[in-house]
Design a protein. Sequence first.
Length: 267
Amino acid sequence: MELIDSHAHIDFPQFDEDRDAMLQRAREAGVSTLLAIGSGPGPEKMDAALPFAEQHDWIYASVGVHPHEAKDLTPAHLEELARLARRPKVIAWGEIGLDYFYDHSPREVQAQAFRDQMQLAQAAKLPIIIHCRDAWDDCLRLLEEQWKPTGLGGILHCFTSTEEHARRGLDMGFLISFAGNSTYPKAQPIRDVLKVLPLDRILIETDSPFLAPQGYRGKRNEPAYVAEVAKTLAIVRDLAAEEAAAATAENFRRFFRVARPDSAQAV
């Protein structure tokens, strides 16, 4: 079963003690490609994912500053992001967006950082990866105003909102990505959305080290567990797990225009 984990934070310290073994487990589980999210712990580490992408042919990276750290973003950081975005293994900008659940940064500051990074992502011709929590109306409005005209699209990552919001994203060229929380018993509203969206616009992810799927809940998440999200997609859509995994892998490759890597390549 070929799997693609479209969103994992493999640079985070939760993996410091066994990162190589974690990546090996991912390969053994069938993960052929991984998108390492480069927002890191803040603007001073926004290149955190790049070393892993540049070391491994099967890993790609994004760059960006998360809305939590928007208050720390400076013009110098934006200049550095624009430079990092030109690195060959960078295929997306993010995760960026709005978070009104934690409000670690003031909302108006989050919005400005979001706008600034969309402008830079447009200049770099990179799709964007959206983090949105409890802010969907504002987030989608900003995207429709500033991002939709670019035609570059992106990913609505770890989707937890309504079918209406998902379809507004689809209309702007976004793919909708589902994470381990889709496996939770109380997550039927997420599965209801997963059931009705076009299969060719769906991705799966782990958001490692967060949101471990039900069978591993309470433990650290890791990319190998993206198989559990594929199994949930398969159940919801009445598919074989291999079909669900293959469909989402093809969606990723088609959107990002990346080739299937050599499955025999060593970690």
